[in-house]
Ligand binder design. Structure first.
Ligand SMILES: Nc1ncnc2c1ncn2[C@@H]1O[C@H](COP(=O)(O)OP(=O)(O)OP(=O)(O)O)[C@@H](O)[C@H]1O
Length: 627
């Protein structure tokens, strides 16, 4: 063996983060798949959806926003038209007071319209501040609910997590949508009004102005495309980076990170991945610059043509001098309105690209929501039967469960044992209907789980998974989570007693009301075994016809383990109990033991029968005793 410290000088530099390349259907850049035109055609539907969402969350706000937008636009148009009128009077012949007198009505209208414009502008900002938080929360809620509802097998699909990450960006961009849309609308109204005024002055001016801003619009759309392409190239890396960020900084894993000397590598890894993301982003900058320079130059040339045309019209007497002066103001205003329209239009387009990602993920998640059927599972289940059940995880070459048949009856305790990777947890997931069999059937009292309503089914199941969650909630909620609320803590204390946690809970600063998250202010922390006891308590509290415990006591002391198994036996008559375990001694309590190997049941019987059968079980028992 080499001493790590002496070998240090010779060791190669740490490996950089793995490059993630997805070959799955959803790992590809949608721009490459669908083409830019096709994505643009989707945008009206995306915008329509966002508008409907806004309407659903705050109708008053939306009406206020629309009215104020129209008012702001109309006010701007009135200001422009009447400024032009006032200018004509001011620049006409006559004494100063005569000219001012003639221009006065128009100036009063300009002042009033400007005031209306300001007030409605302020009100539309108010409406935006009302709608945007609700809209963002709604989008977020829809996303969270959609992910919580997909079939569990969807998590294993290529690119599912990446599409989710892209959708999360869509949620954050929702915040900008109302503002983008609001600015675009008011610029559009201003533009229409200004176009009317400028066309009235001379029909040649508007097409020239349109030409002057068109390059800017094209530039903004092209830049949006480059930005989005870069964003998409980075989705996979960003997803992994945010996962690693959580793992590296989560206090629960802090001891492992420190005592195993992982800090340096994790920081190096994080930096290396961030650099890779930055490199891609920075590579886009020269492309953006080229687009900006080319479109600005083209826009400048067209603008020069506009001014030259105006000068030519004035010098050749084709338009009167006061009209030419008005035209100067009108050109400036129209140009500003047109530019705003183009810029905000492009911003809306940009935001919609991200919203389209959110939409397509929601569609994808919707397609993966359970569509199993309506059959209801009875409240008291007498029998669960598996008929030649096969299940293979996506991307795996071998089935995890390869043709299992078994019958489980009420009152029975079944232990499932076998070496790592033999398919025990997968079998548990098939029995509970978390996974649906690829072949064969799982029947609860004759009802095929492929046709049963999953929500109704999962009211009848309680599962202690191998990797359980330590919810940052109060102790009480950690037990009652998933059950309707009761006003009486009696049943909660009953399971606390059953799992031997009374003393530990009573010592907490606020007993059942204590927040179990040491990282949160006022929170407390339990030990690993105490957490496991609580999680068993959560499953026992449910009192369901099926109780499945996957390695329930791996972190518990002998007293805790004894208490749990005593309780399992005490309540066994009313339900079917499945215990997956590597502690072979614990299988003594089972009525029947299944021994799994490579996804198949290779032996079954009682503890006594199997220890004398000379098979895999006897071998595992002998290995456990050979210390
Ligand atoms: N989510 C998953 N995606 C892909 N493959 C999986 C997944 N979960 C398990 N597998 C694979 O399925 C096989 C069976 O795994 P399973 O977790 O059922 O085994 P197990 O008997 O419970 O193992 P252990 O004793 O280690 O808990 C293994 O080869 C494993 O790699």
């Amino acid at each position: 063996m080499t001493d790590a410290s002496t070998a240090h000088a010779k060791t190669p530099p740490p490996p950089p983060p793995a490059t993630i390349t997805f070959e799955g259907k959803f790992g590809k850049n949608p721009l490459a798949d669908a083409g830019f035109g096709a994505m643009c055609r989707r945008l009206p539907a995306v915008l329509g959806h966002t508008a409907r969402m806004a309407w659903a969350v705050d109708r008053t706000g939306v009406v206020l926003l629309l009215v104020c937008q129209v008012l702001t636009g109309v006010a701007a148009a009135v200001v422009l038209a009447f400024t032009a009128q006032a200018m004509t009077h001011i620049l006409a012949t006559g004494t100063v007071s005569e000219r001012l007198h003639a221009a006065l009505p128009a100036l009063i209208v300009v002042t009033a319209a400007a005031a209306v414009g300001r007030v409605s502008g302020a009100l539309s900002s108010y409406a935006d501040r009302r709608i945007t938080p609700l809209l963002t929360t709604e989008a977020d809620m829809v996303l969270v609910a959609a992910v919580c509802r997909v079939e569990s097998s969807a998590y294993g699909e290529d690119g599912f997590a990446d599409r989710q990450e892209a959708a999360e960006v869509g949620v954050t961009r929702t915040r900008m949508m109302v503002q983008d849309a609001q600015r675009f609308m008011s610029a559009l109204i201003r533009m229409v009004a200004a176009s009317g005024v400028i066309t009235a002055l001379h029909p040649l001016l508007l097409p020239l102005l349109l030409l002057a801003v068109l390059p800017a619009g094209t530039g903004a759309v092209l830049s949006a495309r480059v930005d989005y392409e870069t964003h998409y190239l980075n989705v996979g890396d960003r997803n992994v980076r945010s996962m690693m960020r959580w793992w590296a900084t989560y206090s629960r894993y802090g001891d492992e990170v420190r005592a195993n000397g992982m800090t340096g590598y994790l920081i190096y890894w994080y930096r290396a991945l961030s650099d890779r993301i930055d490199r891609r982003t920075v590579t886009a900058a020269p492309r953006m610059l080229r687009i900006a320079l080319a479109t600005s130059a083209l826009g400048g040339i067209f603008l020069l043509c506009t001014w030259a045309t105006l000068a030519w019209l004035a010098t050749t007497g084709r338009i009167a001098l006061p009209v030419a002066a008005t035209a100067v103001v009108a050109v400036q205003t129209t140009l500003a309105a047109l530019s705003q329209c183009v810029i905000h239009g492009a911003a809306m387009f940009h935001t919609s690209l991200y919203l389209a990602d959110m939409r397509s993920f929601l569609d994808m998640a919707g397609e993966r929501a359970p569509k199993r059927g309506e059959s209801a599972v009875p409240e008291r289940v007498a029998e669960i039967r598996l008929d030649d059940v096969v299940y293979q995880y996506p991307g795996k070459e071998e089935p995890a469960v390869a043709g299992v048949s078994l019958t489980l009856r009420r009152g029975e305790i079944l232990a499932v044992v076998g070496e790592n990777g033999s398919g025990k947890s997968t079998l548990a997931k098939l029995i509970t209907g978390i996974l649906l069999a690829d072949k064969g059937r799982v029947l609860w009292d004759g009802i095929d789980l492929a046709e049963a309503d999953p929500d109704a089914l999962w009211k009848r199941t309680a599962l202690v998974p191998q990797g359980f969650a330590c919810w940052p909630l109060r102790a009480r909620e950690n037990i009652t989570l998933g059950q309707p609320r009761t006003y009486d803590d009696g049943p909660v204390w009953d399971v606390v007693d059953a799992v031997g946690m009374r003393e530990a809970i009573e010592k907490l600063p606020r007993q059942l009301d204590t927040l179990l998250a040491k990282e949160l202010w006022g929170g407390a922390e339990l030990s690993g075994g105490q957490w496991q006891r609580l999680v068993c308590g959560r499953a026992l509290y449910r009192r369901t016809p099926l109780l499945i415990l996957d390695e329930p006591t791996s972190q518990m002391d002998a007293r805790g383990e004894h208490a749990i198994f005593l309780e399992i036996k005490r309540i066994a008559a009313e339900r079917m109990t499945v215990v997956v375990t590597h502690q072979l001694e614990n299988t003594r309590l089972a009525d029947r033991i299944l021994v799994m190997d490579k996804g198949r049941i290779v032996e079954q019987g009682t503890y006594e029968e199997l220890t004398h059968a000379g098979g895999l079980f006897a071998e595992l028992v002998a290995l456990a005793q050979d210390r």
